[in-house]
Design a protein around this ligand. Structure first.
Ligand code: AMP
Ligand code: ZN
Ligand code: FE
Ligand code: FE
Length: 288
């Protein structure tokens, strides 16, 4: 039995392969106490996931994984308990959706130049209306027979800095934190030990994010090895940040199952408390 909440999962509303209700069913089977649905740049799956959580007796944590960019480095920011109707957040998600389309076209063109012919129509069919992500493109590269598997598609072609990689224009990581906070949410830095080959997230950036209002670090990400977990847990604790854990479940394209790493419920309560405090502070009436 896994005790805790898996605080980072995906569905077909972004680049996962299971619809929100099915992602929740996987969570129920894994025995976690709850899950956060944190699709890339969209809150579209929340209603379905919340209903499914109610059905399975799981705690639902609403979340989003916001794409930010720092130079050629892609930095992911988790936002929990954000107001899904907050206009600037909705606008940023819309902007990113369009930007993802532009970038997918550019990556398909680059792949063609490298002798990997995949069709944009098929990529779009795979995304089925969700924001287009590199996993959709990776699956097409595999289907075209250009590589053996999904990971090889990333390593050889579309990982950050690889020959067919195209960055997307997005907010800076600091602006991402500020946007999440302005939306009444709480910001947690996703998988700091998983990022880009040449330019991993470093402590200088972490300090800048703390100044911007970051509250937590996903030190126990399933893809972090023991050294990375230890390093980021220490870095978080030294800065008074909460430590979260999660699988980053994407469905059947990756081996990692829900519950591969989890967050203690008390930490989720603390995150929710920060979000609630930020909202009540904002709406507080001036005594004058
Ligand atoms: P995108 O949002 O389009 O930049 O795609 C990011 C997603 O691609 C991440 O959430 C991961 O699911 C996946 N991804 C990124 N880098 C890799 C990699 N090197 N190997 C496998 N999957 C990756
Ligand atoms: Zn993803
Ligand atoms: Fe991510
Ligand atoms: Fe993710």
């Amino acid at each position: 039995m896994v005790t805790g909440i898996d605080l980072h999962t995906h569905s077909t509303c972004s680049d996962g392969t299971t619809p929100p209700a099915e992602t929740v069913a996987f969570a129920a089977r894994a025995g976690v106490a709850g899950l956060a649905l944190t699709d890339h740049d969209t809150m579209d799956g929340w209603d379905e996931a919340a209903t499914a959580c109610l059905h399975h007796g799981l705690r639902f944590v609403p979340g989003v994984e916001l794409s930010t960019e720092l130079g050629e480095r892609s930095v992911h920011m988790l936002g929990y308990f954000v107001d899904p109707t907050y206009a600037p957040l909705v606008e940023e998600c819309d902007r990113l959706r369009n930007e993802r389309l532009r970038r997918a076209h550019a990556m398909v063109a680059k792949l063609g130049g490298l002798g990997v012919a995949i069709s944009m129509d098929n990529v779009l069919r795979r995304a089925a209306g969700a924001p287009v992500g590199r996993p959709h493109i990776a699956a097409e590269i595999v289907a075209a027979g250009a590589v053996e598997d999904f990971d090889a598609a990333f390593d050889q072609y579309i990982a950050d800095g690889a020959p067919a990689y195209v960055p997307k224009h997005a907010l800076s990581p600091e602006d991402g934190v500020a946007l999440i906070n302005a939306a009444g949410g709480v910001a947690v830095l996703a998988h700091p030990g998983v990022s880009t080959r040449d330019a991993p997230v470093d402590l200088v950036l972490l300090d800048r994010l703390v100044t911007a209002g970051l509250r937590g670090v996903e030190a126990d990400h399933a893809a972090h090895d023991d050294d990375a977990r230890w390093f980021w847990r220490n870095a978080a604790q030294e800065r008074g940040l909460l430590v979260t854990g999660a699988s980053d479940f994407h469905g059947t394209t990756k081996d990692t199952g829900i519950g591969a790493a989890v967050t203690p419920e008390a930490v989720v309560d603390a995150l929710q408390g920060f979000a609630a405090a930020a909202v009540s502070h904002e709406t507080e009436e001036s005594p004058w």
